[in-house]
Design a protein around this ligand. Sequence first.
Ligand code: FAD
Length: 305
Amino acid sequence: MLRSVILAASRSTRVERLVATAPFSRDVVRRFVAGARTDDALRVTRALVGDGLAVTLDNLGEDTVTPDQANAVRDEYLTLLRSLAEAGLTPAAEVSVKLSALGQAFDEHLAYDNVRAICTAADAAGTTVTLDMEDHTTTDSTLDVLVKLRKDFPSTGAVLQAYLRRTESDCRELASAGSRVRLCKGAYKEPESVAYQSPREVDKSYVRCLNILMSGDGFPMLATHDPRLIAIGEDRARWFDRGPDGFEFQMLYGIRPEEQARLVGEGYAVRTYVPYGDDWYGYLMRRLAERPANLAFFARAVASR
Ligand code: FAD
């Protein structure tokens, strides 16, 4: 119920205005978002890489409605990739891209041209791109774009969401040599017709999908903060003899940093997903919807003002 309310608020421009102008927002945002500028992204990346983590950077933006906005997002990624290479942070750092930020909702061709330009720049910078997955209405078109991109950029990564009923079959499809697949639970509000609704069903689906990916020929990227699923990932890594070159854990910036450090200490490859940019509202609201403790943190920041 609370999750639905917060996810509904994440689409409300009135609530967005309220939250964005509230004095407490800066502290809350800073915990989960690297900052507004490319330099902030570089600073945080440098620190994480220094701690033995790999990074994937997301330039926040979901409400792209004009070609100019879409092209501006593309240009920011091109600048970021150049800066990462110049700073010697590739290949440890790669980028995550939302097709909606590149124009997918109003011009699929434009979004494709933009993501292709980003893949070309990533290739030149010696690193990779992962296509974030958004709500279920975009799954087919995002996977179609992936197939086209992989012809020229075979290491382009995909994201599959365990809450979708179709995902087991998508995992089978993508568990092939050379493919990189991030498995997450899924962050959007989806109808029962396409998605499991109970946490237990989602977790069971995650384990089925994890088994398919870890026993397959691709490179699994296990994106979760869930201690039980991480333990199952560690178990399957031993079972299928996958070392740090064979799979990685992924977690979000600001969430369970001590667990990220523990896994690095155990010799696992761990990648932190680092969002940056002005357009942090939708991202922050999804994080708050996921976990009551994040809401408590939010409330404490308000109370301390
Ligand atoms: P949850 O069910 O949220 O949490 C399970 C357990 O994990 C909790 O009970 C608790 O024990 C522990 N935990 C969780 N948060 C905390 C915390 N803050 N502190 C301490 N313990 C905690 N979603 C998409 O839809 N598309 C994407 O492209 C996408 N990319 C992602 C990339 C990465 C790297 C990650 C980590 C997530 C991504 N997500 C994406 C979000 C994902 O779908 C989930 O919404 C999000 O990760 C929460 O699910 P969870 O697996 O962490 O488990």
